[in-house]
Write a protein that binds this ligand. Structure first.
Ligand code: PLP
Ligand code: SF4
Length: 377
């Protein structure tokens, strides 16, 4: 791992007079996000032609970078993994032959606006299209950043009515966009009403704020969430460079509130597509009490082809990780199937042969072992 030359915000002209208590306030971070090409160029000291490139992309997909996340970028590294996730590139304008607008057919599985019901016992509830930072590789890039961002009161009522009238739903994933861009009150209103539905056992929140705006994880937020256990949170770290004292502390606070934390990474070409980087990421995540849950094959959203790896590459990477680090640090590698098939686990093949007499298997080192497949008596 190479060392990075990140800066402190006081070294950046735009923010040199910002007080620490402002910097540590998530509302300040939200209000001061970098949204235009000129500010981005100034803050990251990008060359002049980069400004044009960013401008072109902004006609198509929104940009917002929190000051906190911008400071994780090493300005001397042209392939910085944080920058690649945050800064638009002209490659986004290319439409690949397999690209899709709605790669997971979420619209088709939506019984009412805001709900995606694909699996028997659980639903996705999309409460906002806003995010703290717009990831360049986002699956829902067709939606995020739209101006009609919040789920209206009427639509929220409709979603809750749908969940209430479907007793088979035991698990509700609050997602978006990023639900933690909502105020605590707005979020509590949704969570409280979900908790009032007797058949809803688990409430999960999908949020990238611990990574891109860790100051969002306030004591007030956690005091509120704790009232509605079991609450689970899944976040989205993609690279070890995102594990900072601030993001570690945010995860620590969440874990201390009794909320189990999982991580969903995306396999991204040029960012994290090698076994060493991911091994470092996953082992550091368990140190900060975050359990790697899924590693996604990059999906077919339009304009993110430059981030995609081959499927074989992902499988080879998992083969180099499973068995070499703690089992619970290894996420399940999945493809979220185009057309709405859901997440399908794929991975290295350990079965060499399976017949009525025995199974022949390969272990993580490639050695062969056998186990009988005949039942006595
Ligand atoms: C990912 C997803 C879920 C949750 O799946 P798990 O495997 O339980 O984490 C639920 N609904 C939809 C539509 C999803 O995309
Ligand atoms: S935080 Fe999630 S929903 Fe928002 S832009 Fe990133 S990947 Fe997309």
């Amino acid at each position: 791992m190479t060392t990075t030359n990140t800066r402190h915000y006081s070294q950046v002209k735009t923010w040199k007079n910002v007080r620490p208590e402002q910097w540590d306030d998530w509302r300040w971070q939200m209000q001061n996000r970098i949204k235009d090409a000129a500010s981005l160029r100034r803050i990251l000291s990008l060359p002049e032609d980069a400004e044009e490139e960013v401008k072109m992309c902004l006609c198509k997909f929104r940009m917002a970078v929190t000051p906190y996340y911008a400071m994780l970028i090493d300005p001397t590294n042209p392939h910085d993994p944080v920058k690649m996730q945050a800064v638009p590139s002209a490659q986004e304008l290319q439409v690949g032959k397999h690209d899709l607008e709605d790669p997971l057919s979420e619209d088709e599985f939506s019984p009412c606006p805001g709900i995606v019901h694909r699996y028997p016992d659980r639903v996705l509830m999309l409460v906002t299209h806003h995010c703290a930072m717009y990831c360049r590789h986002c699956t829902r890039r067709r939606l995020v950043g739209c101006n009609d961002g919040l789920l209206s009161k009427a639509r929220t009522d409709e979603c809750l009515a749908y969940i209430r009238s479907h007793p088979e739903i035991h698990d509700v994933l609050i997602s978006g966009g990023d639900p933690l861009t909502l105020s605590d009150d707005r979020l509590e209103d949704i969570i409280r009403r979900l908790r009032d539905i007797p058949h809803v056992d688990v409430i999960r929140i999908g949020t990238r704020t611990p990574v891109v705006m860790p100051m969002r994880i306030t004591d007030e937020l956690l005091t509120m969430l704790k009232k509605y256990h079991p609450i689970w949170i899944n976040t989205h770290f993609n690279h070890p460079q995102e594990i900072t004292p601030e993001s570690s502390a945010a995860c620590e606070r969440i874990a201390n509130a009794g909320i189990p934390l999982g991580n969903q990474s995306v396999l991204l070409r040029g960012i994290n597509n090698d076994a060493e980087t991911l091994k470092t990421l996953f082992t550091r995540l368990i140190r900060i009490r975050v359990r790697p849950y899924y590693l996604y094959q990059c999906d077919l959203s339009t304009g993110i082809g430059h981030f995609r790896t081959s499927v074989n590459e992902g499988i080879d990477i998992i083969a180099k990780i499973r068995g070499f680090i703690s089992g619970f640090a290894v996420p399940t590698f999945v493809i979220d199937a185009p057309g709405g098939g859901g997440k399908i686990p794929i991975g290295p093949e350990y079965i060499q042969e399976l017949n009525s007499k025995e199974i022949v298997m390969k272990n993580f080192l490639g050695n062969t072992y056998r186990y009988p497949n005949e039942i006595d008596g």
